[in-house]
Design a protein around this ligand. Structure first.
Ligand code: BGC
Length: 425
């Protein structure tokens, strides 16, 4: 790392990792746990047809064909072991931590608040702060209380009042302890996988509606859910910094200067990256986004990425694509930026260090050109439940052995990252 890197990142830059409640806590009861039980057998049965093309298939096939892989179950017991996990984060020189509050724990039945859960997240936030880890809380990350899902979730505008009420409670309970709040994680991914996608089960999530009208309603209602949450949070605590974590891709034309490819690229950028952000542009103190993908488009919306390098999920990896994306986000919104998630599924830890190093360079370049990047949260601190793929993808800086007492082992790339942050900050 060049000497100057130290000067590039602001002193109060947020360095951390990100988690979401349902993926790590264990013992949840929400629309996802219901869906997992209903579809585990089918997901296991169809694993070969969905996944045998990925490089890691020979290694993961036993796991991917076992229904148990698709059950979040005990998670990685983060709900119980959070203090141990915070100690690990602290030892990696982090000064911040992004986590989710599980709505279904706070309000397991309509209108009934669970005091144990409320106390839990208070302790959770206090323990982060005690260690000098700035809590960056995310209010909703895909999973819904079962009662809310039964009412149609975000499909009906009238249901937004339930989300408002939950947000109001969080503001009242924890607002004074926080500086940054993310309202919603990846509305574009949620609306697409839950309501639009038709082809493979891996990218169909609850409630699997496959209906373009429902998709449109959910996507629109989520813009309203965010705008209302923003107002509620700011009214309660004007100093809170509020934003979302959208999923943005570095979308590029396969054949630069080819008119059709350029047109496709522009439309894809608009629909995937900007449509949502545009609608909430006045209600965000920072632009939060998750970066995983550089995608090359050609002809009429055809995705044509280079064949290598691929991560364990078969996703094409181009970490440096964060740089042009940061420039573009900055040019459009001129708001502070937080990279709210970024990482790789990499069971053998062969790419993660390279990925992080390239990512730091990408941020460094953007900052040196005047882009106001305020924080970076690696996905994820721990190996976790990767939604419809289940347990085999390994995104953690820290490996978790679920067969052996949930033992945590810090991966080599994480040690390297921790030392790097120590030198930079
Ligand atoms: C989501 C995470 C997920 C990660 C890796 C993001 O889209 O917010 O929940 O685990 O990507 O797929």
């Amino acid at each position: 790392m060049p000497e100057d890197t130290k000067k590039t990142f602001p002193k109060d830059f947020l360095w951390g990792a990100s988690t979401s409640a349902h993926q790590v806590e264990g013992g949840n009861h929400n629309d996802w746990t219901v869906w997992e039980r209903a579809y585990a057998a089918e997901l296991a049965k169809s694993a070969a047809s969905r996944l045998s093309h990925i490089p890691l298939w020979p290694e993961i096939k036993t796991r991917a064909q076992d229904p148990d892989n698709y059950i979040s179950g005990r998670g990685v017991e983060h709900y119980k072991r959070f203090e141990e996990d915070f100690d690990i984060a602290k030892n990696l020189n982090f000064n911040a931590f992004r986590f989710g509050i599980e709505w279904s724990r706070i309000e397991p039945e309509e209108g009934q608040w669970d005091q144990e859960a409320l106390d839990h997240y208070r302790r959770y936030i206090e323990q982060l702060k005690k260690r000098g880890l700035e809590p960056v809380v995310n209010l909703w990350h895909y999973s819904l209380p079962v009662w809310f899902a039964k009412k149609g979730g975000f499909k009906h505008r009238k249901n937004l009042r339930y989300f408002d009420r939950y947000v109001g409670l969080i503001a009242k309970e924890y607002g004074h302890l926080l500086t940054h709040v993310i309202t919603i994680n990846e509305p574009n991914v949620y609306a697409t996988f839950g309501y639009l996608t038709r082809e493979r089960l891996t990218v169909q999530w609850p409630p699997q509606e496959k209906n373009a009208v429902s998709f449109g309603r959910v996507y629109w209602n989520l813009t309203q859910a965010h705008r209302r949450a923003y107002k509620i949070l700011k009214a309660a605590h004007p100093k809170l910094q509020v934003g979302i974590a959208d999923q943005l891709a570095n979308i590029q034309a396969k054949r630069p200067h080819n008119q059709l490819d350029e047109l496709t690229t522009k439309s894809m950028r608009y629909f995937w990256n900007w449509w949502f952000l545009q609608r909430i542009r006045k209600e965000q103190d920072f632009v939060g986004f998750n970066y995983y993908f550089t995608d090359y488009y050609t002809k009429l919306g055809q995705l044509q990425n280079p064949k290598l390098p691929l991560n364990d999920l078969g996703w094409y990896m181009e970490p440096e694509g964060l740089y042009p994306l940061l420039l573009r986000v900055w040019a459009r919104y001129k708001r502070p930026i937080i990279v709210a998630e970024n990482g790789v599924a990499d069971a053998h830890d062969q790419y993660r260090r390279w990925w992080i190093e390239e990512t730091i360079v990408a941020m460094e370049r953007a900052i040196s050109e005047g882009v106001d990047v305020r924080g970076y949260f690696h996905w994820s601190l721990l190996d976790n439940f990767e939604w419809a793929y289940g347990w085999w993808p390994k995104f953690g800086l820290v490996a978790v052995d679920r067969e052996n007492g949930m033992k945590r082992t810090v991966r080599a790339s994480a040690k390297w990252f921790g030392e790097k942050i120590g030198k930079i900050s």
